[in-house]
Write a protein that binds this ligand. Structure first.
Ligand SMILES: *Cc1c(COP(=O)(O)O)cnc(C)c1O
Length: 426
């Protein structure tokens, strides 16, 4: 059976060139980069090269890069590190409702330490209004943390504008750019950010390695203390092989960025147009143009997203509903909720994320399979009336009575249908 991986926003495969480059640092070049002998020196040399390559990808200086154990650690380091440094001086942080949990949960954890938290809303496209940032700023705000591109709906934020507002009042600007690094042109100076998070496995590098960009002159407390590695900004013997892999992935991403972005954008738009035109009662989530080149997030009304995913998987297609971390829970995506999308519609949303390996044939295969799956699931749904009438959202007098009550209270739904529907929804 054909297998089509459309979950590149969750993780990407390691490129062969990356893997090849890593092998020596897991075998004969095993030295500790802090050792002064030749084993240590050859590891150190390659570490420095990886730092240059990683910095170049985002227009930074090598000494502004701190390697971390991934994107979540970079987010934690930026936020907790800045909060600890601000302690006793400034006590307010601003973020948005659509952040990755690595940011959202970290920011919220600061409340217990006495910090004030502002979580800004977004509009229907998932965009933060810079005017809202300005209105929330005070002289006690130490940081504004707004993501560059959203991992669920792909919306890209006006970071440059927001960073300028943060700086007017002396706050630091952090952006979680885990989804956009290696996929969009990123220059930390153009964006005007002080701190930026990235993760290698989102651009064909290995998992468990990432980086935090810390602008020269910006002082934040370390998250992990101990040895003096990473200029005392991140203790612990470096993940040499992982970092080397990240460097090679960064260099390749930079070299191919323009071509690959254009190629993926074309595939993305073909997939979006095909799905919306062949399947009725569908809606694109996120901004139509200010979005990642690889993100397709669509709501299929009257369908349970999890059932869609299972049926897609049976057809060899790997997609996702919500973020990879929250799938498995029945909570609708906090991102779609923040965009004002109803529970029912949010539950019928599926994210497909394109990557380097995705071809036009893959897209056409999905376009061939998806309408049949959606039709099949809808024909089993007690909330879907083939005449095009329904009981969901604004078409219904009591939308809250429709789907989430396990189907039991769905109008006109026989109990047996409701029960089997409940089964299908796990
Ligand atoms: C994947 C992701 C993270 C977490 O990165 P890890 O390397 O898995 O820790 C953080 N933010 C965003 C936007 C992501 O997509």
């Amino acid at each position: 059976m054909r297998r089509v991986y459309l979950d590149h926003a969750a993780t990407t495969p390691v490129r062969p060139e990356v893997f090849e480059a890593m092998i020596p640092y897991l075998t004969e070049r095993f030295g500790n980069p802090s050792s002064i002998h030749s084993f240590g020196r050859e590891a150190r040399m390659e570490l420095d090269r990886a730092r240059e390559r990683t910095a170049a990808l985002i227009g930074a200086q090598p000494e502004e890069i701190v390697f971390t154990g991934g994107g979540s650690e970079a987010d934690n380091h930026a936020i907790r590190g800045a909060a600890m440094t601000a302690l006793g001086k400034r006590n307010h942080i601003i973020t948005s409702a659509i952040e990755h949990h690595a940011v959202l949960d970290t920011v919220n954890s600061l409340k217990a330490l006495g910090f004030d938290v502002t979580v800004l809303p977004v509009n229907g496209y998932g965009l933060v209004d810079p005017a809202d940032v300005r209105a929330s700023m005070t002289d006690r705000t130490f940081m504004v943390s707004i993501m560059h591109a959203n991992n669920e709906v792909g919306t890209v934020q006006p970071i440059r504008e927001i960073a300028a507002i943060a700086h007017e009042r002396g706050a630091l600007m952090h952006t979680d750019a885990v989804q956009s690094v290696g996929h969009l042109d990123i220059d930390v100076n153009e964006l005007g950010v002080d701190l930026l998070s990235m993760a290698a496995h989102k651009f064909y590098g290995p998992k468990g390695v990432g980086a935090l960009y810390i602008r020269k002159g910006v002082r934040i407390s370390p998250l992990i203390t101990g040895g003096g590695q990473e200029r005392k900004r991140r203790a612990g013997t470096e993940n040499t092989a992982g970092i080397v892999g990240m460097g090679v992935a960064a260099e390749l991403a930079m070299a191919e960025l323009d071509l690959e972005r254009a190629r993926e954008t074309a595939l993305r738009d073909r997939l979006i147009a095909g799905l919306l035109s062949t399947i009725p009662h569908t809606m694109l989530n996120g901004h139509p143009t200010m979005r990642l080149p690889n993100n397709v997030n669509i709501s299929y009304m009257y369908v349970e997203g999890e059932s869609l995913l299972l049926n897609l998987d049976m057809a060899g297609i790997a997609a996702s509903s919500g973020s990879a971390c929250t799938s498995g829970s029945l909570e609708p995506s906090h991102v779609l909720m923040a965009m004002g999308i109803s529970h029912e519609v949010a539950h019928g949303s599926v994210r497909m994320s394109i990557g380097r390996g995705t071809t036009e044939e893959d897209v056409d295969y999905v376009l061939g399979v998806m309408p049949r799956i959606v039709e099949k699931l809808r024909s089993m749904s007690p909330t879907y009336d083939k005449k095009g009438e329904c009981c969901i959202k604004d078409l219904c007098a009591n939308p809250q009575d429709c789907m989430r009550a396990g189907g039991a209270s769905a109008p006109n739904a026989p109990a047996s249908v409701s029960a089997s529907m409940g089964q299908a929804m796990r």
